[in-house]
Design a protein around this ligand. Sequence first.
Ligand code: SF4
Length: 429
Amino acid sequence: MHGYYIWTIGCQMNKADSERLESALDQMGMSPTESPQTADVIVLNSCVVRQSAEDKVVGMVTSLKPLKQEYPDKVVALMGCMVGPKTDKLRKRFPYVDVFMRPQEFQPLIEMLGERMDIDTDGCVGQLVARAEVTTYIPIIHGCDKFCTFCIIPYRRGREVSRPVEDIVREARLLAQRGVREVTLLGQNVDSYGHDLPEAPDLGDLLEAVNEIEGLDRIRFLTSHPNDMSDHIIEKVASLDKVCEHINLPFQAGDDNVLASMRRGYTNDGYRRKVEEIRERIPNVSLSTDVIVGFSGESDAQFQKTQELIRDIRFDKVHTAAYSTRQGTIADRTMTDDVPHEEKQARLKSLDALQESISREINSTYLDRTVEVLVEGRKRGRWYGRNRNDKLVYFDADIDVKGRMLDITIEDTSPWSLQGSLAPVLARS
Ligand code: SF4
């Protein structure tokens, strides 16, 4: 039996890719190991969205050099966004790496392992599916066409390529048969799903098809773009019973000039109108967002617009990041990263404090309410799961309740989670 070790950094897309590769390696008769030292195959799934992530990947690849020199039979693979269309530079820099794979390109590794292990891998790549956990991710669209000026993704993951509806439905059905109860349909911009397919189905059509699958209880989708979240998609989220009432809708900055220099394609006002429309049609929806502070040229007055938007909209969750230039982006070529580091940190701190108080208030409204939780597992000695609005809920139970849909009565709340206990009737299913 051969062992593999996969190290992953970055976004949910990367995590989903790693899960699919794990599943393929399992099918080939391999098993996961605890460390690179005990593995025959070591895969590093890289991310370059931030410089700090890229630095960690470089540190990790470099640290494997002595191991590979001592055990030359170990296979070392580097995959993900760090591997661009040309690998010449990477090959020169890391000559001891055996395989370089772009995101979703698992073939080179699987074929190499198939040859070494003398097993037939035909069909293995074509049938890559996610791991059958209680909840799992299904990539539906790869790449991005938006070219926001700060973002490296379109250069590394390429232009948008949607998977056919039938492929996704087949995978979701198979997962449901294996016990998966919730799937998250994944992409850099899921709202633009389907435009490149022959019949041009949209995300709403796909949600409708996945909603029909027996055994599946919940469907989520990640990430949305305000310009592509159409009436049809909103209507399907509102009307389909399995689609959860939670939307991650990044706004990135509150000032119109900053939004224009980010090339986001909408204004502060346009974003607010989109949120109003969503809330009108899906009354119990929860919203999260992504924000960048300290983008090139962002003044304090412009940053205040971001604060104002967060204060007005009252998101359930805000993912904040300080801007840092990524080499190769439009911003890197044409703008200056001129907001001082200390200023970016101060803005982050003030946004995080504001959001903490909003999340605290929103979550406190759950006190004494009973919510339906899909139990994902155990963490810090307690069971945990999420409600339909994506709230993390902790509770205790004496029996194994993983994978069950339970009613939990909320007894305590914090800005980050809800804590409760089993409602009188233990199991809903
Ligand atoms: S929408 Fe913009 S930020 Fe999101 S992946 Fe595409 S280019 Fe990057």
